[in-house]
Design a protein around this ligand. Structure first.
Ligand SMILES: O=C(O)CCC(=O)C(=O)O
Ligand SMILES: [Fe+2]
Length: 201
């Protein structure tokens, strides 16, 4: 996403070295309710292992990958092959195109069953996404806290509650200089679906 277009639409939540924008009402409540239901039913959710410190461990969440023909995505020693677009995901991709002008090629889905499911600190900096990737993250279901901090100094921590129907955009140099996570929480929470749309270069 071009920086000038980004700045026209969003307030930049980062103080320097990248752009992160938040759009609370990307999907209206009823639309978001419907997408949650359709995706919960239609996606073949799986708990996949990853390699961490030389050990195979189960990820603390369920995942799936959808995308254009031939798309694969590798991280932490596993490779996922994209499934063909299904109607609800094709529809959200189209709405994102209208909003950001980006032609996303695939989407990684995460299903957090409850507050014990999580995602640790990381950057989405795979070289296949190009130098300064634009990542569009749509949230459905329970609100979870998204945290960002500076990668080198581990300072400047920012908390963004990602609520039902919201959109978070990460762009510019953000994946070089900032890392993000979804921490576990002791709160009694229902499930949450997160969709991160990405573009292969
Ligand atoms: O669940 C989220 O909001 C974050 C997901 C994420 O960072 C990712 O899939 O790379
Ligand atoms: Fe991420």
């Amino acid at each position: 996403m071009q920086q000038d277009l980004f700045l026209l639409k969003y307030r930049n939540l980062l103080p320097y070295q990248g752009e992160v924008g938040f759009y609370d009402g990307f999907l209206a409540q009823e639309v978001a309710d419907l997408f949650f239901k359709l995706l919960e039913d239609q996606v073949p959710w799986k708990q996949e292992p990853i390699w961490m410190f030389g050990k195979k461990v189960m990820q603390p969440r369920l995942t799936a990958l959808f995308g254009d023909p031939g798309v694969t995505y590798s991280y932490s020693g596993i490779e996922m092959k994209a499934l063909d677009w299904i109607e609800p995901l094709a529809e959200i991709r189209q709405r994102l195109k209208a909003h950001t002008s980006v032609d996303f090629t695939h989407v990684l889905l995460n299903y957090y069953r409850d507050g014990k499911d999580s995602m640790g600190w990381h950057r989405d900096n795979e070289s296949s996404l190009g130098k300064n990737p634009c990542i569009a993250s749509v949230s459905l279901g329970a609100t979870r806290n998204f945290q960002i901090r500076h990668y080198e100094s581990k300072s400047n921590k920012i908390d963004i509650p990602l609520n039902h129907g919201s959109l978070l955009i990460m762009a510019g140099e953000s994946q070089h200089f900032w890392e993000h996570q979804i921490p576990k929480t002791k709160k009694e929470l229902g499930p949450r679906i997160n969709l991160t749309f990405r573009k292969l270069i």
